[in-house]
Design a binder for this molecule. Sequence first.
Ligand SMILES: *[C@@H]1O[C@H](CO)[C@@H](O)[C@H](O)[C@H]1NC(C)=O
Ligand SMILES: *[C@@H]1O[C@H](CO)[C@@H](O)[C@H](O)[C@H]1NC(C)=O
Ligand SMILES: [Zn+2]
Length: 428
Amino acid sequence: MTSLVARCLILLLVQPMLIFAWQDYKDFKVFELHTPQAEQESLVRKLSQEKPLLDFMRSSGNGTETSYLKVIVPPEEAKDLVSILEGYHVKHRVVIEDLAPLVQAQRADNLKRKQRIQLPHLEVLEAFYTHSEINDYLDTLPDRFPKRAQVKQFGWSYERRPLKVLTITNGDGRRNKPVILVDGTVHAREWISPSMALYIIQQLLDNYVENQELLADFDWVIVPVVNADGYEYTHTDSRYWRKTRRPTSNPECVGTDLNRNFGYEWGHDEGSSADPCEDIYRGEQPFDQPESQVLRDVLLHYSDRLTWYLSLHSYGNYFLLPWGYTKDFPDHYQDMMSVAEAGAMAIIHSTNGIYTWGSTYYVLYPTSGDTADFALGVANATVAMTMELPAAGFLGFDPWVSHIDGLVTESWVGVRAMAAEVIRRYPA
Ligand SMILES: *[C@@H]1O[C@H](CO)[C@@H](O)[C@H](O)[C@H]1NC(C)=O
Ligand SMILES: *[C@@H]1O[C@H](CO)[C@@H](O)[C@H](O)[C@H]1NC(C)=O
Ligand SMILES: [Zn+2]
């Protein structure tokens, strides 16, 4: 009897925590809105003001089915949304009736696969990993590669997670080589991004013999997870979270878009939002997020030898160059275009994967305060680029584990070719 009472008590105490921590998306629907790319931004603005609970999956596709804007809709909002869309004459359809079983199936798949892995070692192709698992793995590298790998902590996230930076060299002891700087997971839900960063690390460390020319005259600096809190939150709470986890002036809305928070041409309404409830909320001030401060510090630390800055995002198959904030082109735009073209050509020859390249403003949409504009405009990168890896899974951001191999091996072909082109054009 007493044990039954105790069990009920435990259930009562534990259950609500479980329910409120994990966003299960029960009966959440996914709508696909058939709006031209050019009208997408203004539609998102209008809708998110009317309906702050909608979660827009800003895609980056153009001209393919992935270019349709998808939006996650709580069950109680669905009817309203339909009438609003009809009012705007926006064609739409429901592509997922209940997101819950899909999210649950992916989560179970990943957890099951992870049981077979001997942490802290990671099998990049076999699972997705949390921020702390990635950090523990990074910490093993200087022991395994004492001459070639160095881990440094540049700061903390808002929730006090250590933000670590890995430097990879060829171990010849030459100092101050030019740098290729790669970051990942600026946006939390783009899970292929940390996988790609880890794959690059393994190519340069474990697969060194095949890739040694990429390290002969250049050092690589890699930040696998910039938005540590947001990324952890996609593992523990809400799979499709994008922003940071710092509260805003609006108690209803948490988080800032790090890729609108950088202090170069920050704050334009074309390309970012002052509304904390929006997914492209830029913050109150440039660099008011600890995570953007850390990435800023890393970029500035290497600015006098920063040859190529590469930011890994998903999705849409793009190589995006500055500027995002203006339709004007930067100096040396054609040189950057040539680097991007080398990546696109290598990928099309290897897998038929099709990439588009050009300035963010032109090929995608205006952005203000993004990391690549800062890397070029302030940190003096020779080439600055955002790479949008391909879509996979239900909403583009959510590949299955079984997709990782194809996505990262194809993307590596592109990254490798671009690195070779950077090294050829800008010899040390
Ligand atoms: C995007 O698609 C639209 C419509 O197909 C087209 O007019 C536009 O040129 C495309 N933009 C790019 C950069 O490909
Ligand atoms: C970038 O280059 C400009 C022009 O040479 C220089 O004034 C500026 O100090 C450099 N920025 C950094 C962060 O070194
Ligand atoms: Zn992104």
